[in-house]
Design a protein around this ligand. Structure first.
Ligand code: NAP
Length: 253
């Protein structure tokens, strides 16, 4: 299937490793230029170089912390200036800490809002004018299955990503006439270093057993859906929320 990504330029958040890396790698393989973002500059530079070497695509490493307003502005400005255009924004990074909701103070809530919600608000706000200038665009947010099926101790993410889903749906209506689509993906258990850190008391084998397909997902399996959504083939898909979880979501719809 031809995705038509050659000549397109993307920003992919949290892409030095894990799901973001797999997304950046696949978009590059499909011919897009990719601006990659993470805080750790050394690992990010190595990942960007590896993808450029392996795919021949243009990559750009932008070390930044998406919790900071000034970093969000710099990410979009740098990518647009270097590439000359911007077609795709994938909002992805880490996540706030786990813990019981009633134990988080205002400072912890503020950090979570900056990380999960305000980063999306700021990056979209700055990226959309470039997409309009390019004649269209694609925005994909990576959240988590726990937003659709909440889990105790994941509340900071559940609450702030639920807001992202509301933001994305509304934005999709407001930018539809500009041929810009906005969608959200909710991954289930995906085999990354983060998964092992989050579930310290369960073995990966135990986590896999609880998935109907009997295994953990791979980062590349999230990247596949992102590639479709940001491609020409995904032009009619907007305002949607997808769960990619090996069958774990219990609801009918
Ligand atoms: N893995 C799963 O099972 C799973 C399931 C559902 C949802 N998710 C969500 O999907 C996202 C990616 O997860 P993952 O498993 O791929 O995580 P990961 O392997 O830990 O990778 C996270 C990436 O984001 C970067 N990052 C973290 N905080 C950042 C910040 N403040 N600013 C800029 N970059 C930042 C990290 O680099 P630096 O640390 O150097 O910044 C790294 O490149 C997370 O939001 C996670 O909650 C994951």
């Amino acid at each position: 299937m031809k995705l038509g990504l050659a000549g397109k330029f993307a920003i992919v958040g949290g892409s030095s490793e894990g799901i973001g890396y797999a997304i950046a790698r696949l978009l590059a393989e499909e011919g897009a230029g990719v601006a990659m973002v993470a805080r750790g500059g050394e690992a990010l530079a190595a990942s960007a170089k590896r993808i450029a070497d392996e795919t021949g695509a243009r990559t750009l490493a932008i070390p930044a912390d998406i919790r900071r307003a000034e970093d969000c502005a710099r990410i979009v400005a740098t990518a647009a200036a270097e590439f000359g255009r911007l077609d795709i924004l994938v909002n992805n990074d880490g996540a706030p800490p786990l813990g019981a909701l009633l134990e988080f103070d205002d400072a912890a809530w503020d950090k979570a809002v900056q990380q999960n919600l305000m980063s999306v608000v700021r990056l979209c706000r700055d990226a959309v004018p470039h997409m309009r200038a390019a004649g269209g665009g694609r925005i994909v947010n990576i959240t988590a299955l726990s937003v659709l099926q909440p889990i105790p101790k994941f509340g900071l993410s559940v609450a702030t990503w639920a807001a992202v889903i509301g933001y994305a749906k509304t934005l999709s209506l407001e930018v539809a006439s500009d041929a810009i689509t906005v969608n959200t993906i909710c991954p289930g258990r995906i085999e990354t270093t983060r998964l092992a850190k989050v579930y310290t008391s369960d073995s990966l084998q135990q986590l896999a057993k609880e998935v109907p397909l009997g295994r953990l997902g791979q980062p590349a399996e999230i990247a596949s859906l992102v590639a479709l959504l940001v491609s020409e083939r995904g032009a009619y898909i907007t305002g949607s929320t997808f769960h990619v979880d090996g069958g774990r979501r219990a609801n009918l719809l």
